[in-house]
Design a protein around this ligand. Structure first.
Ligand SMILES: NC(=O)c1ccc[n+]([C@@H]2O[C@H](COP(=O)([O-])OP(=O)(O)OC[C@H]3O[C@@H](n4cnc5c(N)ncnc54)[C@H](O)[C@@H]3O)[C@@H](O)[C@H]2O)c1
Length: 351
């Protein structure tokens, strides 16, 4: 790129992009928190040069929290003006769930070379495809913040599966709960995580949405704000490689996020807190339990996502959470809606 630092712009300034770093416990330098501004603040080679939101208070809040670390982050109320003036290399998109494609398409036409898009990639296949096709045509790399793909515990579980620790993976049960177990808002994390472990194209699905959402033949939500505007659901996914998955995402349940991965030779149980491998003995009854303890890394989470994006922009290749991979999740979401309309029948996933 021939610059000292990648010039980053952010659109959408709520907590996921803008939350500040808490006071660290001595003697640590800082804590890797969940926001884009915080993740970028602990790595070299990036500078936030533009931030954009329609709400003026959020521009002020960003300046108040971050002006010492990001003194050149110019505030914009107009997205097109930021694209025209800020000469961005990278754009972070963190607006409502159904708005990502329009902003990404405009940015790709304006010369941005990398986009880090909040999940879900889109709330329709039409949006997913216009985003992907425009970005590919303009050589723009797009990665998606399906956060578990950037967390050591979850990636180490995938390494265990790949290494054959439980034999061929046949069954995945993914459970998320609590009032924000909304299919598009947080269910997208679970469906993406299922895809991350299945490592195959989804072929068929069935689903039953939460009562009251029978009219959902397409996304009708508000971008992810309110649980009453985005359904809980239970669903089934058959992947082309034979792996089968159950998605359990009902709101009136405990707010856990956990997966059980089963193969012929064992099982892995993974939660936000820890992951355990159970390797069965020859009789498939007795076996050995082992905690997965990931190695420690200099960067993880959002920070590693930005480092990976820069590497992909420089050197090409396949990242862990690229737009085409995230499209599988959009296919499954659309398949769930179509199945509901067909009386929860097993249907082919929309192509
Ligand atoms: N990865 C994660 O774990 C995680 C966590 C939280 C949110 N998210 C995702 O981040 C995105 C944002 O979520 P949210 O809860 O902050 O949404 P939100 O609707 O509360 O906030 C979006 C912000 O974007 C601004 N905005 C919308 N359109 C704009 C435009 N054209 N120009 C400038 N500003 C615009 C709005 O004014 C608003 O302040 C969603 O896609 C959500 O799913 C991801």
């Amino acid at each position: 790129m021939g610059r000292n630092a990648y010039r980053v712009g952010i659109v959408g300034l709520r907590g996921i992009t803008s939350k500040g770093v808490e006071d660290p416990v001595q003697p640590f330098r800082t804590e890797i928190v969940h926001s884009h501004a915080a993740g970028l603040s602990v790595i070299d080679g990036f500078e936030i040069v533009g931030v954009c939101d329609l709400v003026p208070d959020l521009l002020d809040d960003f300046a108040q929290t971050w002006s010492r670390r990001w003194p050149n982050a110019k505030p914009y109320a107009d997205f097109s003006a930021m694209l025209r003036e800020a000469d961005l290399d990278i754009l972070a998109i963190a607006t409502g769930d159904h708005t990502h494609a329009t902003l990404a398409v405009e940015a790709a036409g304006a010369g941005v070379k990398g986009i880090f898009c909040e999940k879900p990639l889109a709330t329709s296949l039409e949006d997913a495809d216009r985003l992907i096709e425009t970005c590919e045509a303009n050589n723009v790399v797009v990665t998606v913040d399906h956060t578990r793909r950037y967390r050591p515990e979850w990636v180490h579980v995938r390494e265990e599966v790949r290494s054959g620790a439980i034999g061929k993976l046949t069954t995945i049960v993914g459970t998320l709960g609590g009032p924000r177990a909304m299919l598009f808002r947080n269910g997208t994390h679970m469906i993406d995580t299922i895809c991350m472990y299945a490592e195959s194209q989804p072929a068929q699905v069935w689903a039953r949405l939460e009562s009251g959402f029978e009219h959902w033949d397409s996304y009708k939500g508000d971008g992810g704000k309110l649980p009453e505007n985005d359904p809980g659901a239970m669903g089934f996914i058959q992947f082309e490689n034979g792996t089968r998955a159950l998605y359990c995402g009902m709101k009136e349940t405990q707010g856990m996020f956990s997966l059980q991965l089963s193969g012929a030779d064992g099982q892995i149980y993974v939660t936000e807190e820890n992951a355990t491998v159970f390797s069965s003995g020859p009789d498939r009854v007795n076996g050995v339990r082992r905690r997965i303890v990931p190695r420690t890394y200099v960067a993880e989470g959002i920070a590693s996502a930005y480092e990976e994006l820069a590497d992909l922009m420089e050197n090409g290749g396949e990242g862990v959470s690229m737009a085409r991979e995230s499209r599988k999740t959009v296919q499954i979401l659309m398949g769930f809606l179509a199945s509901q309309q067909a009386g929860s029948a097993l249907i082919d996933v929309p192509k």
